[in-house]
Design a protein around this ligand. Structure first.
Ligand SMILES: Cc1cc2nc3c(=O)[nH]c(=O)nc-3n(C[C@H](O)[C@H](O)[C@H](O)COP(=O)(O)O)c2cc1C
Ligand SMILES: [Fe+2]
Ligand SMILES: [Fe+2]
Length: 406
């Protein structure tokens, strides 16, 4: 006999008595925001809290996984939900709301005014079913209560965190999360979770370092035993992820150069190779990306700590190569704390390559070092110029104390 859907589709896990993970693991998803590769899939975490008088659900799931959430709730025999807390309106958490609200017709949707406005605009919920929550406001579920903390700009203007004080659990939605499908409920394999959380930080959170630092300070003042984000595993050692975020979002940079380059006929590649060796021999770490074949998430992650970015590009049709320009636009949008930058490349007869790249990076507070541009294949003098640029990078790194050895 073939199993019925609700016999094989439910996975719920108890975090503490009456507090359950009821979300969906998306093992197969490989792309997010039509931009970010998901090498390890992701999860949409949804949490059910059964109070003595009322039941609340924190965050829904992506529309593609709403049946998993509904089956999970059915398997627990949940007949009514009083409050659905929408911590963030992005569709990976709210896409399933419409169906959820049909299944639970007496549920009200709670969120920040901004979040509720977006949900109504996205046509995911009707105006008569929403209820705004203020910063610091509490709602009682009986013997315990939920407190809401407005936490805008991690990464949308609408985000709230939810604090279950009696159990010392903080629900943080995207903040502190990771795109990581795994069977562990908690971050047991910390090196693996660290890597994926850093990648997630780089792709989603990095542009918002000022808000992040503010929210981190606020969380440090609370008593938190468990951090429960809406993607990836939970943390029963909150210091692990809070310390990691504090480091990533700080102004401290590392002795690293991110070199992105593209080359049509090999000239810029020869320059890139020479430059990489010149940096290594001066004690500078290098991460090198061939822009015709790279992972956007890895590039973003490498930008989290690097002191310096170098863009390598030939001149094509009077400007920079589109792949180099794309990398510059991406870096500009992600706003890493990079301090120094330069450009290397090759040209035939002239154009505005240097201007295009420089002008694509207005958001970064960069000190530009003199570029090195060869005509056609690099000659001996061009290689010496690359050595000089490597000297200058090493000097800059030494001046700010990030090269430890001479
Ligand atoms: C499609 C194409 C368009 C080009 N357009 C320009 C240009 O507008 N200005 C220029 O100075 N060189 C131009 N060049 C010449 C290249 O910049 C030059 O060959 C350079 O050495 C290529 O570097 P690479 O080997 O790293 O690709 C063009 C080359 C190609 C293939
Ligand atoms: Fe989001
Ligand atoms: Fe999300």
């Amino acid at each position: 006999m073939i199993a019925k859907r609700d016999e094989f589709m439910s996975l719920t896990r108890e975090i503490k008595p009456g507090v359950f993970w009821v979300g969906a693991i998306d093992w197969d998803r490989r792309l997010f925001d039509a931009l970010i590769p998901l090498p390890e899939g992701t999860s949409y975490n949804s949490y059910l809290i059964r109070g003595s008088e009322r039941t609340a659900l924190i965050d829904a799931v992506d529309e593609s996984k709403i049946d998993v959430l509904l089956d999970n709730l059915r398997s627990m025999n949940i007949l009514t939900i009083d409050y659905i807390i929408a911590q963030h309106a992005e569709q990976d958490h709210s896409g399933g709301l419409k169906k959820l609200l049909e299944a639970y017709p007496s549920a009200r949707v709670l969120g920040s005014p901004k979040c509720l406005d977006l949900l109504v605009q996205f046509d995911l919920v009707s105006k008569d079913r929403v209820q705004e929550v203020k910063d610091g406001e509490k709602i009682a579920l009986g013997e315990r209560s939920l407190q809401f903390i407005h936490a805008p700009w991690v990464h949308w203007p609408d985000t709230i965190f939810t604090y279950l004080a009696e159990d010392r659990i903080l629900f943080t939605c995207d903040f502190l999360g990771s795109h990581l499908a795994m069977s562990d409920l908690f971050a047991v394999d910390e090196p693996e979770v660290y890597r994926m959380a850093k990648r997630y930080y780089a792709e989603i959170m990095m542009p918002f370092r000022v808000s992040i630092n503010r929210h981190l300070t606020r969380i440090r003042d609370m008593t938190v035993e468990i951090i429960a984000p809406s993607h990836g595993p939970l943390y029963d050692r909150p210091g692990f992820i809070l310390d990691a975020y504090a480091e990533w979002a700080s102004d401290r940079v590392k002795n690293q150069v991110v070199l992105v380059y593209v080359s049509m006929h090999g000239s810029t590649r020869i320059m890139a190779d020479h430059f990489v060796d010149a940096l290594i021999s001066r004690g500078v770490e290098v991460k090198r990306f061939d822009l015709t074949n790279y992972d956007v998430g890895e590039l973003a992650e490498s930008l989290v700590d690097a002191a310096t970015v170098i863009i390598g590009t030939p001149t094509i049709l009077a400007g920079a190569h589109p792949l180099a320009l794309y990398a510059a636009i991406l870096a500009n949008a992600l706003r890493p704390k990079t301090r120094y930058a330069s450009i290397i490349g090759s040209f035939g007869w002239g154009g505005k390559m240097l201007e295009q790249i420089t002008e694509a990076l207005p958001n970064l507070k960069l000190q530009f070092l003199d570029p090195v541009v060869a005509r056609g294949l690099p000659k001996e003098a061009d290689l010496r110029s690359l050595d000089r640029l490597a000297d200058e990078v090493a000097t800059m790194h030494r001046n700010i104390g990030i090269i430890k050895t001479h």
